[in-house]
Write a protein that binds this ligand. Structure first.
Ligand code: PLP
Length: 376
């Protein structure tokens, strides 16, 4: 059997015809930017997340950058970020003229822990450094400890920004992830739970002021035709992507259910494999399972074995950000963030996507079990 790690063609097979029709509609309309499909998907997703404003932009990275830029944080102030995430989370901090400071995560949820945030806060305070924001990532679609971290941010008078690039549709205590902070950023990169056929993203916020500013910033900082009050970027979403997203959103809630059902099956079938540690989302969390990631003994050997048996897997992330050459000037060294460093050696993601069949899940599980029984 051959099981791809992610197979985008399966969704396409289901509603490809509708996607093609929507794209043709845009092509024939002659409206390629700032048109009706963009307005439609912004309104739909603002409503879905439960916030007042949604702004379509060109990628998740740009969404994060625009939030930081619009907040006008003090130059060179510090922004706490996890090290166990995709580099876009920290990359935008530098681009916005701020300093990323890496914080360790907890192994159960893969998200920032309040305890580590407090430690980082104290360390920077002692050095006389000002922290202006925290970017919390709900990694793999598992809600981070957003309530506690939000309380901390309020207490300290700093901004909570949510990176929900992997977490659209996830919930914490019946509240959508992406609605806990001043603003959140999502990605519609092709492998995300709600995706387009290329790059696009969105900002969510309840602040009309912030939303208004981001709308200017994503259009080069233009506040009226050819008049610029801000240093902006070309960060719009295209109508074609918005049209694709509008079609896919019709299937999104069912696809979320399917993702959750597959994750439950993995939990049920893998719970007795003692060489694996499955994630433990915090109380009241309903992940959207953009990736199904576990901690595994002999991870690299397991991966090779699965690969030899036709099963694709992913490693997110094999090299922590605080140890990346590009951040060497920040002074982090091996051993500084022990959980992140251990996770980098232990994590492996199994196939999980709409259209994955029960017999394929069984095959993955049986091969995992076979691998460990051979090791005995
Ligand atoms: C956690 C996280 N943050 C940010 C991004 C950036 O999103 P994009 O690829 O749309 O720029 C991604 C996308 O992979 C991500 O996974």
């Amino acid at each position: 059997m051959e099981i791809k790690f992610i197979d985008l063609k399966r969704s396409y097979a289901k509603y490809g015809k509708e996607l093609e029709e929507a794209v043709i509609q845009v092509l024939r309309s002659g409206i390629y930017l700032n048109g009706p499909f963009t307005k439609q998907i912004e309104d739909t997703l603002a409503d879905f997340i439960g916030v007042k404003q949604a702004i379509g932009v060109s990628s998740g990275t740009e969404a994060l950058y625009l939030i930081l830029k619009a907040l006008e944080l003090p130059p060179n102030s510090y922004v706490l970020v996890p090290s166990f995430t995709f580099i876009a989370t920290s990359e935008v901090v530098i681009r916005a003229g701020l300093v990323p400071w890496f914080v360790d995560v907890e192994e159960d949820t893969f998200g920032l822990s309040l305890e580590n945030i407090k430690k980082a806060w104290d360390t920077l305070n002692l050095k006389g450094k000002k922290v202006s924001a925290i970017i919390v990532v709900s990694l793999f679609g598992i809600p981070a400890r957003l309530e506690e971290i939000s309380e901390f941010c309020k207490e300290k008078g700093i901004f909570l920004i949510e990176d929900i690039c992997q977490a659209l549709g996830a919930e914490l205590k019946e509240k959508k992830v992406g609605s806990f902070g001043i603003a959140s950023a999502t990605s519609f990169y092709p492998t995300k739970p709600l995706s387009t056929c290329g790059d696009a993203g969105m900002v969510f916020t309840n602040s009309e002021k912030l939303a208004g500013k981001i709308r200017f910033l994503k259009e080069h900082g233009q506040t009226r035709p050819y008049y610029y009050e801000y240093h902006g970027v070309n960060g719009r979403i295209d109508e074609i992507h918005s049209a694709i997203l509008s079609v896919k959103f019709k299937y999104f809630k069912d696809e979320l259910k399917e993702r959750r059902a597959i994750a439950n099956t993995y939990y049920e079938l893998l719970k007795d494999v003692k060489e694996l540690t499955l994630p433990k989302p915090c109380e009241g969390a309903m992940p959207c399972w953009s990736l199904f990631t576990v901690r595994a003994k002999n991870r690299d050997e397991l991966r090779s074995f699965l690969n030899e048996n036709g099963i694709g897997t992913g490693i997110y992330y094999s090299y922590p950000l605080h140890l990346q050459p590009v951040y060497s000037n920040l002074g982090f060294k091996k051993g500084d963030l022990p959980v992140t460093e251990r996770l980098a050696e232990e994590v492996i993601s199994f196939p999980l996507y709409p259209g994955l069949k029960p017999e394929e899940i069984d095959y993955v599980v049986n091969k995992v079990k076979e691998f460990y029984s051979r090791k005995k």
